[in-house]
Ligand binder design. Structure first.
Ligand SMILES: [Fe+2]
Length: 193
């Protein structure tokens, strides 16, 4: 049985920056350490990156695999979330979770509106828990946004609003950097230093 919901909101940063922060995977395990201990890239197929995201629990590495797709310039899809290791008793054996995040430029305030679509597919006996699961996902999404905005604001103070240079610096590892630069490179050059 399917349960879908949408979260909308605004992030106070230009869209070139919010997209860069999303693709800036170097920050994931430092900034979001409450949400993840480790992140490994298991494979890359075009714009789809399969990652293993894990948490340490009594010496075990528990977590899940997921496919993360970048749809340039401003969309992100997560699908095929599976337990890792496969024998791990996990909600992902019963519930499939697909998410679709869209960032939209808000020209009026030079900021980013977002739309986060989530679809849960679950057996009928878990369906009564859909509200609870929605609450958990919404809470995690808010937390991630708050932490991302802390990073964005710190960099904004140092480099100026809209300056993407710290994200695209040569030494900095970023998902789909070429693709990103193709779409946002001009915005980066045009920024205030
Ligand atoms: Fe983040």
């Amino acid at each position: 049985m399917k349960h879908a919901f949408t979260v909308t909101g605004n992030l106070d940063a230009p869209v070139a920056v919010t997209v860069a922060a999303y693709l800036d995977c170097e920050h994931y395990i430092h900034l979001h350490k409450s949400l993840t201990d480790s992140l490994e890239i298991m494979g890359v197929k075009g714009r789809v990156i399969t990652v293993r995201q894990s948490w340490k629990w009594f010496g075990l590495k528990l977590g899940h695999f997921k496919d993360c797709e970048y749809i340039p310039p401003c969309e992100f899809k997560i699908s095929n979330v599976m337990p890792a290791p496969w024998w791990l008793p996990s909600i992902h054996h019963f519930v499939s979770i697909d998410t679709y995040l869209t960032y939209i430029e808000n020209k009026e305030t030079d900021s980013t509106d977002f739309r986060f679509d989530v679809e849960l597919d679950m057996p009928f006996w878990l369906y009564p828990l859909r509200g609870f699961m929605q609450g958990l996902i919404e809470k995690m999404h808010v937390r991630q946004n708050v932490e991302d905005m802390e990073l964005i604001k710190r960099r904004e103070k140092l480099f100026g609003r809209g300056n993407i240079s710290p994200y695209v610096a040569e030494h900095h590892f970023m998902y789909h950097k070429d693709e990103y630069v193709k779409h946002f490179g001009k915005a980066g050059r045009a920024v205030r230093a």
